[in-house]
Every structure is written in structure tokens, then in C-alpha cells.
Design a protein around this ligand. Structure first.
Ligand SMILES: *[C@@H]1O[C@H](CO)[C@@H](O)[C@H](O)[C@H]1NC(C)=O
Ligand SMILES: *[C@@H]1O[C@H](CO)[C@@H](O)[C@H](O)[C@H]1NC(C)=O
Ligand SMILES: *[C@@H]1O[C@H](CO)[C@@H](O)[C@H](O)[C@H]1NC(C)=O
Ligand SMILES: *[C@@H]1O[C@H](CO)[C@@H](O)[C@H](O)[C@H]1NC(C)=O
Ligand SMILES: *[C@@H]1O[C@H](CO)[C@@H](O)[C@H](O)[C@H]1NC(C)=O
Ligand SMILES: *[C@@H]1O[C@H](CO)[C@@H](O)[C@H](O)[C@H]1NC(C)=O
Ligand SMILES: *[C@@H]1O[C@H](CO)[C@@H](O)[C@H](O)[C@H]1NC(C)=O
Ligand SMILES: *[C@@H]1O[C@H](CO)[C@@H](O)[C@H](O)[C@H]1NC(C)=O
Ligand SMILES: *[C@@H]1O[C@H](CO)[C@@H](O)[C@H](O)[C@H]1NC(C)=O
Ligand SMILES: *[C@@H]1O[C@H](CO)[C@@H](O)[C@H](O)[C@H]1NC(C)=O
Length: 734
């Protein structure tokens, strides 16, 4: 009955203590270890390698250290569950956090994150974080990458982000952010200050207000401005035309009004321009000079009615023209169709009229001309020419005669599921394994690769994907990752005009990946380490949680020990446990190749002090610690481990050799009790096992000190429990 009252950790501790085990200090800094333990306390599904007391020395999966300090945490696609502890801020040397693709990892982002002064990469893509992005984020002076996309963050974009002078990448896409895009005023920073930043990815939020003209200046180095799918109003500021480095501009799916500024054509490095689905008015912009513009979408706006503008036929790089519902009228000039890279033309829902003449000098690449809902009266395909798919449904030409022409029916949308050729015969695989492009059965790492602004529109051109696969392989092999091959499939355009495709990454050597490799592969994709060239452009990745770390039978090894321990506890078989722990201990001892030192017998020690003739206390699980031990566990009661103080004295944090975190309440000289009172209190406390109260692990009555040692509960009831006087604890009953 005594065992079953206690939590198994304490039980283990008590038994380990009774084996009189101590081990020698580990490689890992005590603060960092304590902080990792605090993180673990709020997480489920941490890697099985996360055990013992030495994350750096034992190479915990996903943890990298430099000089005994934790330098990076990368745990993508691990199926982590829970919340992020505010104690993460104790990892003061941290440079990289990547917790992407753990969809059950969420809660608020702790404010304390702002004290990670060395942080360079904060990447949490596709998790479940919600609530505001803390203003303290502006204190991360070294931050280069900030990717919080695809979470549920709400509230405003903190203006303090403008303080991040090193920021290269800002991705807040696909959250629930609202309010204005902040710009600096007086002493308040704003995004206009981010002159080194190349990426503003703010799409798919609920941002409102106008796009502030002050946001842009010729000092900026922005490549991607992605503000699509928000609630932005007002006109497009002409200052946008000053940012000559721009390559992709997406302002579509907002409520922008007014004319398009006439200097937009100064953006001669832009390849993708989306202004569609707004309420833009005035004349169509003249984009003469945008010589590498490939993809232009201006659909669904309220421009003045105009003839098909002649400048469009001068855009030599154009692959895709989408001007649905833009009040175009008159005839489409024949020379337009001979643009050399043209693939798709969508001019539906206009009042284009006359004869459709696509001429004879269009290229093979031209696949689709969609002119439905216009007034075109005549079209005669030239026999012998390569067939282009033309759609003239709901035009005069299809309303006349007994319509039977192909171009008068809406074609079935083609599935563009392109699979690249294998040079081998795919083989049948057992369940969940998949035959790789090299025809080996394995468990791939999978996810969705989403391109925000590809500069092509014909989705079934294999050449593009062969290039993509090659670039992916190059990225993985430049990081020496054991990737055998990658495959892509299921290409499709989603409702936001994003190109989605399914990615499968196959392991080499083994049929599955281990944790450290998965987090590195995911990092390549979450941190834009993989940087595809045109025609793909900006992207984000949504990794799936990887299930196959141990081959087919997942996690069976890990649950074994816990299972036996639970069984043993339930059966009350302390002997089995002792043997087991002795075994575990022996293993650890061997692994560290360090000798355990014998500890003084606490009870003998207690006797020898003979304080007030108190005698050995009636203990229920509490043990006696020597002063020397506690000194060691708290780095000599260092200030760094002082976690609170009050009238009675101070509270310190420490770590037992078993790895358990402890809190030590050390009485000041003036609040010392008599030996008998102290003994009575310990006896009482040691009987208390209440769920709202931290458990007493032991005490120290040595060298004139009185200390109580508790289980350390980060965030929990610790503060309440320890803030009273010693005797207050006894109010609670078991
Ligand atoms: C901006 O950074 C400075 C340090 O460079 C810091 O003192 C200040 O508090 C930061 N401001 C905000 C709003 O985060
Ligand atoms: C435009 O792109 C070219 C080629 O990538 C580059 O060399 C040039 O610096 C860019 N211009 C600006 C203003 O960024
Ligand atoms: C568009 O701009 C170009 C160069 O600035 C100019 O030559 C041309 O006449 C303009 N076209 C229209 C229709 O305004
Ligand atoms: C234009 O608006 C219609 C109706 O809202 C929508 O179905 C269509 O997809 C839009 N076109 C583009 C190119 O976004
Ligand atoms: C085509 O539309 C233009 C502009 O609305 C008009 O001036 C012209 O007469 C029309 N042509 C035909 C053949 O209907
Ligand atoms: C295009 O025209 C069709 C038929 O007139 C109409 O049903 C549809 O809503 C229109 N789409 C847009 C985007 O205006
Ligand atoms: C396929 O894509 C490549 C590279 O973008 C291009 O050179 C080729 O012309 C395209 N082929 C077709 C048929 O569109
Ligand atoms: C759809 O598929 C057919 C047959 O494969 C092909 O001839 C046609 O060009 C395709 N259309 C488009 C728009 O890709
Ligand atoms: C696309 O092709 C892949 C492999 O060729 C296949 O597994 C998948 O089911 C296909 N998807 C669709 C939507 O047809
Ligand atoms: C994971 O796999 C990589 C490559 O196969 C290997 O180098 C590494 O040692 C493995 N890590 C663990 C913890 O097994």
C-alpha cells in the first residue's frame, strides 16, 4: 500500500537511493538538463533515447550540444504531444529550435522565449500553437529564421518583430492573425525596419487595414511579398515599386481598391504577380518592361473596360495569363499566341469578340485557351496544326448552328498525376512499405510540398519534376543524409492557386529512418535549406508524423521497460524491481565508465548528530541527505539554482544522480526549528501524498542546516507549496 501511493518516479528514486548509488557529474550543464526535463514534463512521445542524466553525452535524439550546452533542438515529425514549457528559456545557448510538424504540440508560445538571446532559428511549422505571438519575440536579436506558419496564432503581428535586424525569413502564413501590418512610429518598431529580410510570408490570415506605404522602401531587399488571402483594404502603395529586388508578389484574395500604381512595371525581377480577387479599379496597369514575368493573374477585379492590351504580347517570358472577369473587350491579337513560353491562357468571363485566330506560330507548350463566357463569333481550327485545347463554351460561335464542336463542350478536367519513370520493376511490398523509385521496399517519410507561386501552369510536364527531384536529392546529399530516392505524385492546384504535390523520401541502407535523420530531413524542408530554382519558387512543406522508427513494430522496445515496472509495482514485487534497477544501473555505469561513489549512511549520520536526541524519524519514503550531497546536486547552492526565497530562507533547484529534479528548501539561521519540531514535521510531510502537493523526497539535518527536499514540479504547485512556512504543509491531509 505504501508503494502504490507513490508516483513511480519517486519509487524508482527511493529504490535507487536504497542501493546507495551516486554517479559522477555528466557532460551536460545542470541548467540545461533541468530545462530539458521541464520540457519533457509537458511532452508525450519524446524519443526513447531521452533518458538518463546526460543529454549531451548520451546523444539524445534531436539535441545537439556545444561545450556541454544545448545548442539546438530539432524534433520535427516526431508525433510530440503537449505544450512548450516556459523553462525552454533556461537553454541559454540555444541557437535553433525546430519543432515542426507535430500537430498535437501546441498551446501558447511562452513569453519567456524572448530571453533566448542566441536564438537564430525559431521554426514551428504545422503545429497546434495558438494565442498571441508574444511581443518578447522582438528581443531575439540574433534571429534569422522565424517560421510560425500553419498554426493557430491569433491577435496582431507584434510590432517588435521590426526589432529583429538580422531577420532573413519571416513566415507567419496560415494562422489567424488579425489587425494591421505594423510599421514603426516613434519608438515602436515595425516591419518597415526589416531591411535585410528577404521574405514576408503573411498569407492566409485575417490581416486588415491598408498596406502601409511606409512599409516599403528602396533600402529593402525583399524577394517575396506574400500577403494573399487576408482582409487588406485600401490601394496598393506605389512604394512597392521601389523594392527592385522583388521576385514574387501575391496580393490576391484581399479587398484592395483603387488603381494599380503605374510604377509596378519597375519591378523587373518579378516572375509571378497575383493581383486577382480584389476590387481594383481604374485602367489596367501597363506592365511593359517586366521581361521575366511568367505568371500573371489579375482576375476578378473592377478595372475599366479595355481592349486586350498590346503590352501583354511583349511579355516574352509569359507562361500563364489569367484575366478572368476583367472587363476585356474587342479582339485578341493573333501575335499574342506566339509568345514563346505560353502554356495557359484563361480569359473567361469577359466581352472579347470577333474572330479567334491563334495563328500558326504558337509553340508546343501552349495547351489551354479558356475563353468561356465571351462574345467570340468565329473560330476555325487549322487542320494539321498541333491541337490546343480551346474552350469557347457560352460564346456566340457555340450558340449558333447545331453545336457539336469539341471547343463547345466543357472538358473533363485532366488529372495531372505525373509519375516519373522508374528504371526498374516495382515490387510488391508488405503492408505500409512502399516500392521506392529504385524498386526497394521501405517506409518513406512523407508530406505535402506546397509551391506558393510556381511560374508554370501545365502541371503534367515531367521535365519540371525531374528537375525538382534532382534538386531535392542534391539538398539531402549535401547534408549527408541517408536518402536513397524521392518520389513526387498527385500534383494539383488548390483553391488558392498553390501547387500541391505529395513527397515521399526513401531511406538508403535500411528500410526505415531513425529519429535523428527524420528531424534533419524535415529541417531541410522547414528551414528552406532546400531552395528550388525556377519554375518552382517559394514553398512550404507539411510533413507527416513518421511512424516507422523501429521498422514495422513501432515503439515496442520502449514500452517494454515501463510495462515491466508498472507490472511490478502493481504486483508489489519490490524484489523484481530491485533486480531490474540494479541491472539498469549496471548498464548505465558501464556506459559512462565512471565509478559510483559510496554515500554515507544517512541514518547513521542522523544518529551521530544526536540533535536533541531526536532519533531516526518514522519515514514514509523520505530519506536523509548529507549537506555535501546537496551541495553537489545544486552546484554548491549556486545563485543560478536559486529559484525563490522568502522569510524562511531560499529554495534551490538541483538534480539527483538519478536525473530526478529536486527543489530544496533551505532554512535561514533565524528560522531554524528545534531538532524535535523538525523531525515531527518531516514525519508528517512524508506521510502526505496529495495530488495537489509536491511530494517530500527527503531532508537534511547536517552541519547546522535544516533543509527539505521536494520533487521538482515546474509550473505546478511548487510555488504555492513552498511559499509558506515549514509547518504550513501539514495542513493538507493525505
Ligand atoms: C529591441 O531591441 C533592443 C535591443 O537591441 C531592446 O532593448 C528592446 O527592448 C527591443 N524592443 C522591443 C520592442 O522588443
Ligand atoms: C535581378 O535578378 C538578377 C538575376 O537573378 C540579379 O543578378 C539582380 O541583382 C537582380 N536585381 C535586383 C535589383 O535585385
Ligand atoms: C506602356 O508603357 C510603355 C513604356 O512605358 C509605353 O511605350 C506604351 O505606350 C504604354 N502602353 C500603353 C497602352 O499605355
Ligand atoms: C473568380 O471568381 C470566381 C467566383 O468567385 C471564382 O470561382 C474564380 O475561381 C475566380 N477566378 C480566379 C482566377 O481566381
Ligand atoms: C467588338 O467589341 C468592340 C468593343 O466593345 C466593338 O467596338 C466592336 O464593334 C465589336 N466587334 C464586333 C465584330 O462585334
Ligand atoms: C462567369 O460567368 C458565368 C456565366 O455568366 C457566371 O455564372 C459566373 O459567376 C461568372 N464568373 C465570374 C467570376 O464572374
Ligand atoms: C516542359 O518544361 C521544360 C522546362 O520548363 C520546357 O523546356 C519544355 O518546353 C516543356 N515542354 C512542354 C511540352 O511544355
Ligand atoms: C488532357 O488529356 C488529353 C489526353 O491525355 C490530352 O490530349 C489533352 O491535351 C489534355 N488536356 C490538358 C488541358 O492537359
Ligand atoms: C497518382 O499516382 C500514384 C503513383 O503512380 C498513385 O499511387 C496515386 O494513387 C495516384 N493518385 C491519383 C489521385 O490518381
Ligand atoms: C541514424 O542513422 C544515421 C544514418 O543511417 C546514423 O549515422 C546514425 O548513427 C543513426 N543514429 C542513431 C541514434 O542510431
Amino acid at each position: 500500500m505504501f508503494y502504490s501511493e507513490m508516483n513511480p518516479k519517486i519509487l524508482v528514486f527511493v529504490l535507487v537511493a536504497s542501493l546507495q548509488i551516486c554517479s559522477i557529474a555528466a557532460l551536460t550543464d545542470i541548467d540545461d538538463f533541468a530545462a530539458l526535463k521541464a520540457l519533457m514534463d509537458l511532452w508525450e512521445n519524446t524519443p526513447p533515447s531521452w533518458e538518463g542524466t546526460d543529454p549531451c553525452g548520451d546523444q539524445w535524439d534531436g539535441i545537439k550540444c556545444i561545450n556541454s550546452r544545448v545548442n539546438s533542438i530539432q524534433l520535427s515529425s516526431m508525433g510530440l504531444k503537449g505544450q512548450l514549457s516556459g523553462y525552454i528559456s533556461d537553454l541559454q545557448e540555444l541557437q535553433t529550435i525546430d519543432l515542426s510538424y507535430n500537430k498535437d504540440l501546441g498551446g501558447p508560445l511562452p513569453t519567456s522565449i524572448g530571453s533566448l538571446k542566441k536564438l537564430e532559428n525559431l521554426i514551428m511549422v504545422g503545429c497546434g500553437f495558438f494565442g498571441p505571438i508574444p511581443d518578447s519575440i522582438g528581443s531575439l536579436q540574433q534571429l534569422v529564421f522565424l517560421s510560425l506558419n500553419s498554426n493557430k496564432f491569433s491577435g496582431q503581428i507584434p510590432p517588435s518583430i521590426g526589432n529583429l535586424s538580422q531577420l532573413f525569413w519571416l513566415d507567419l502564413t496560415d494562422n489567424k492573425l488579425e489587425g494591421p501590418i505594423p510599421i514603426s512610429t516613434g519608438t515602436t518598431p515595425g516591419l518597415d525596419m526589416l531591411i535585410k529580410t528577404k521574405h514576408f510570408h503573411l498569407g492566409k490570415n485575417q490581416l486588415s487595414g491598408r498596406i502601409p506605404p511606409e512599409l516599403f522602401s528602396s533600402d529593402m531587399r525583399l524577394k517575396h511579398v506574400l500577403f494573399d488571402s487576408n482582409k487588406l483594404t485600401g490601394s496598393i502603395p506605389s512604394t512597392l515599386g521601389l523594392v527592385q529586388t522583388l521576385e514574387v508578389v501575391r496580393l490576391d484574395r484581399n479587398s484592395l481598391t483603387g488603381p494599380v500604381p503605374s510604377n509596378l512595371n519597375k519591378l523587373t525581377n518579378v516572375s509571378d504577380l497575383f493581383l486577382s480577387n480584389n476590387k481594383l479599379s481604374g485602367p489596367l496597369p501597363n506592365l511593359t518592361g517586366m521581361n521575366i514575368l511568367s505568371y500573371l493573374d489579375m482576375s476578378n477585379n473592377s478595372f475599366d473596360a479595355s481592349n486586350f492590351p498590346p503590352w501583354i504580347s511583349t511579355l516574352q517570358s509569359l507562361t500563364t495569363l489569367v484575366m478572368e472577369n476583367t472587363q476585356l473587350q474587342g479582339q485578341i491579337p493573333t501575335r499574342f499566341f506566339s509568345l514563346p513560353y505560353l502554356q495557359t491562357v484563361d480569359l473567361s468571363n469577359n466581352t472579347l469578340n470577333g474572330t479567334l485566330d491563334i495563328g500558326t506560330s504558337y509553340r508546343d507548350r501552349l495547351q489551354l485557351i479558356d475563353l468561356r463566357n465571351n462574345l467570340i463569333a468565329e473560330y476555325s481550327p487549322i487542320p494539321g496544326q498541333k491541337q490546343v485545347e480551346v474552350i469557347l463554351v457560352n460564346n456566340l460561335v457555340c450558340k449558333e448552328t447545331g453545336v457539336s464542336a469539341d471547343y463547345c463542350t466543357i472538358p473533363r478536367p485532366n488529372s495531372s498525376n505525373v509519375s516519373l519513370p522508374n528504371n526498374c520493376e516495382p515490387i510488391p511490398c508488405r503492408s505500409n512499405q512502399i516500392s521506392s523509385p529504385k524498386c526497394k521496399c521501405a517506409y518513406p517519410y512523407t508530406g505535402l510540398l506546397v509551391f506558393i507561386a510556381p511560374s508554370f501552369s501545365v502541371l503534367d510536364n515531367k521535365t519540371n519534376y525531374i528537375l525538382l527531384v534532382q534538386q531535392l536529392m542534391d539538398s539531402f546529399s549535401s547534408k549527408q543524409l541517408p536518402v536513397d530516392s524521392v518520389s513526387i505524385s498527385n500534383q494539383r492546384k488548390d483553391p488558392f492557386s498553390y501547387l500541391e504535390l505529395k513527397l515521399e523520401v526513401f531511406p538508403s541502407n535500411q528500410d526505415h529512418f531513425n529519429r535523428s535523420v527524420i528531424s534533419q530531413i524535415a529541417f531541410v524542408l522547414s528551414n528552406a535549406n532546400f531552395n528550388p530554382t525556377k519554375p518552382f519558387g517559394p514553398y512550404f512543406f507539411h510533413g507527416d508524423s513518421y511512424q516507422y522508427f523501429a521498422g514495422e513494430a513501432t515503439g515496442s522496445n520502449n514500452s517494454l521497460n515501463t510495462g515491466i515496472i508498472i507490472g511490478a509495482v502493481a504486483g508489489g514485487s519490490a524484489l523484481v524491481l530491485l533486480l531490474l534497477l540494479a541491472g539498469v544501473y549496471a548498464y548505465h555505469q558501464k556506459k559512462r565508465a565512471e565509478r559510483a561513489t559510496e554515500r554515507n549512511n544517512p541514518f547513521a549520520h542522523w544518529d551521530s548528530t544526536k540533535s536533541s536526541g531526536a532519533g531516526v524519524p518514522q519515514l514514509k519514503g523520505a530519506r536523509c541527505f548529507s549537506f555535501e550531497e546537496l551541495k553537489k546536486y545544486t552546484s554548491n547552492f549556486s545563485e543560478a539554482n536559486n529559484i525563490g526565497s522568502g522569510g524562511y530562507g531560499k529554495v534551490y533547484r538541483g538534480i539527483l544522480p538519478s536525473g530526478e529534479l529536486i527543489a530544496i528548501k533551505r532554512a535561514q539561521q533565524i528560522s531554524l526549528q528545534g531538532g524535535l519540531e523538525f523531525k515531527t514535521e518531516i514525519e508528517l510531510l512524508s506521510r502526505v501524498h496529495h495530488k495537489n502537493l509536491v511530494s517530500l523526497l527527503g531532508f537534511c539535518f547536517d552541519q547546522g542546516e535544516q533543509m527539505l527536499i521536494y520533487e521538482f514540479v515546474p509550473n505546478g504547485s511548487l510555488w504555492d507549496s513552498l511559499s509558506g512556512t515549514f509547518v504550513n504543509h501539514t495542513d493538507a491531509s493525505a
